[in-house]
Design a protein around this ligand. Structure first.
Ligand SMILES: Cc1cc2nc3c(=O)[nH]c(=O)nc-3n(C[C@H](O)[C@H](O)[C@H](O)COP(=O)(O)O)c2cc1C
Length: 505
């Protein structure tokens, strides 16, 4: 596709790990595995297979546990997880897509635990010393050197299982206030021994030893990558700086990391607030002000990615609110080599294929509603892609018997319904009593748009899809009993919304 030459060009990370384009799935915990942390037959497999078919070059399967923990993650702490991993990898590989398994432990960001045991970390901290504000935090316990070695052993053994399970690469997760980040970050690490934060050698030691251990256990062909915080935002400004991140990245590469993936973290009023994104509601925090131009321009991590790219000689992956145009600009400028897409692919798992085929207007874009980030809703959901993680159950399949359907109401629900019915092969007429489709979505967009949430994406996408579909649209047509009797359809869908009350203000 013209205009996206860089984004669609291949890149070699290792001889046996060549990306067919520069778009990979960013790691995102989905909670779509089985409750016993196996992958076998789970919804997550169908979800990732759909993304692979949708054209990305690789899928970074997020948050794989090297030690048992609460939550519906994929496990790698026992051999019983290997058959499910094989099923997952075969499903993804079928579509010419590579896989990365991201090893994960939440460490000191665990928050209050049901059993009341303190989370593990580099250092023992009091609640007042924690970089995450109450009530999110629980004071962590620092590990002894012996315990550190035990945790390293578990991670290396988990990497061997990933390799046996058919993954093409393993990613050591050193970001987001989690276990390994607690060693490289001065906000967490107050140790004064060889795993302390006094210098780059000590603060990177635990990760370097893990990388070296994986290399020894898995041999030269298994690709090893590292995800790290390119910058940490904190009111005290004591978090990882871009310069320190570049030093960390260099140390990991010297130990054997074959790519560096940039993420970042901010410790604001809610702990997850700056991990996927920063939401400057209602105004940016004072300590974020210096970064707002970057945030509004090239994305929060692009400048850091550049700094790290200048420091290492392996491919650098960046992420963060990327669309095809920004991604192409970032690659073209040489700020990064590969783009990781998180919420972009949850909103539209076929994003990469649509870019490749020039079907840009068909892309459903993430509106940044943050529904997927809600820690209470399990498994995770996407407001604009209701089929996410339920592809097997909800994917639009062709119908055996075509019906004539009247859809009443041209708001977003009616538009989506009409498109889906038409895609399935029904003969659909969409009725709207006003002169335009879209219902109240434009009113919502007046309130929710302009740099934070972008509700108009929903309208733009549905409008394009209706135009491309076989749906017949009848505007300025109110549906009543007489019209229904006259049309005599096989089915009527009422998608008319309820009236809303204007408060007495
Ligand atoms: C719901 C959710 C879960 C995430 N889980 C992980 C994770 O397990 N590991 C990780 O490294 N990053 C995780 N991230 C961060 C993403 O990988 C990515 O860096 C971030 O969402 C920014 O990219 P985007 O704007 O394309 O979504 C998560 C993000 C979201 C929204």
């Amino acid at each position: 596709m013209k205009g996206f030459e860089k984004l669609l060009s291949p890149i070699e990370i290792a001889p046996n790990f060549v990306l067919k384009n520069r778009m990979i799935k960013a790691p995102q915990s989905s909670w779509r595995w089985n409750e016993d942390c196996t992958a076998d037959g789970s919804d997550a497999i169908a979800m990732y297979e759909n993304m692979a078919e949708g054209g990305v070059a690789a899928i970074d399967v997020a948050a794989i546990l090297w030690e048992p923990a609460g939550g519906i993650y994929l496990g790698a702490y026992d051999d019983r997880f290997i058959p499910g991993m094989i099923e997952l990898n075969e499903a993804v590989h079928k579509h010419g897509c590579l896989t990365i398994g991201q090893l994960h432990h939440i460490g000191p960001s665990a928050g209050p635990t049901p059993d009341g045991l303190p989370p593990i970390s580099s250092s023992t901290l009091s609640e007042d010393e924690m970089p995450v504000p109450k009530p999110w935090c629980q004071a962590p316990r620092g590990l002894t050197v012996e315990e550190i070695h035990e945790k390293q052993r578990l991670q290396i053994e988990a990497a061997v299982r990933l390799q046996k399970g058919g993954f093409d690469a393993v990613e050591v997760h050193v970001a987001h206030g989690y276990f390994l980040d607690s060693f490289v970050s001065p906000l967490w690490n107050k140790r004064d021994d060889e795993y302390g934060c006094q210098n780059v050698e000590n603060r990177t030691r635990i990760v370097r030893e893990i990388i070296e251990g994986i290399r020894e256990a898995c041999g030269p062909d298994f690709v090893i990558g590292c995800r790290l915080n390119g910058r940490e935002f904190h009111p005290t400004k004591q978090g990882i700086t871009a310069e320190q991140a570049a030093e960390n990245a260099r140390a990991f590469v010297e130990a054997g990391a074959q790519y560096i993936s940039i993420a970042g973290y901010g410790y604001g009023p809610t702990p997850f607030r700056y991990c996927p994104d920063y939401f400057p509601y209602p105004e940016p925090d004072p300590f974020m002000e210096p970064f707002m131009d970057e945030y509004r321009g090239k994305g929060l991590w692009t400048a850091v990615a550049r700094q790290i790219k200048d420091a290492v000689d392996v491919p650098v992956i960046t992420a963060g609110r990327m669309d095809e145009n920004l991604a192409e600009r970032v690659l073209e400028a040489g700020d990064a080599d590969v783009i990781a897409l998180g919420r972009t692919l949850w909103a539209d798992p076929w994003f990469a294929r649509k870019v490749d085929e020039g079907r840009i207007d068909e892309i459903m874009r993430c509106t940044r509603c943050a529904s997927c980030e809600d820690p209470v809703t399990q498994p995770r959901i996407c407001r604009v892609n209701p089929t996410l993680g339920q592809e097997r159950q909800l994917a639009a399949k062709p119908v055996a018997k075509k019906k004539r359907v009247m859809v009443v109401g041209g708001g977003p629900a009616g538009m989506e319904c009409a498109c889906t019915l038409s895609e399935r092969g029904h003969e659909v007429t969409l009725y709207e009593k006003t002169g335009a489709l879209g219902g109240r979505i434009k009113l919502a967009a007046m309130i929710k748009s302009g740099g934070c949430e972008e509700v108009m994406h929903i309208f733009n996408h549905l409008t394009a899809m209706i135009e491309k579909s076989d749906v017949e649209v009848r505007l300025k047509t109110e549906v009543d009993e007489q019209l229904i009797r006259q049309e005599a359809p096989d089915a009527v869908v009422v998608a008319a919304s309820s009236p809303y009350r204007i408060p007495d203000i």
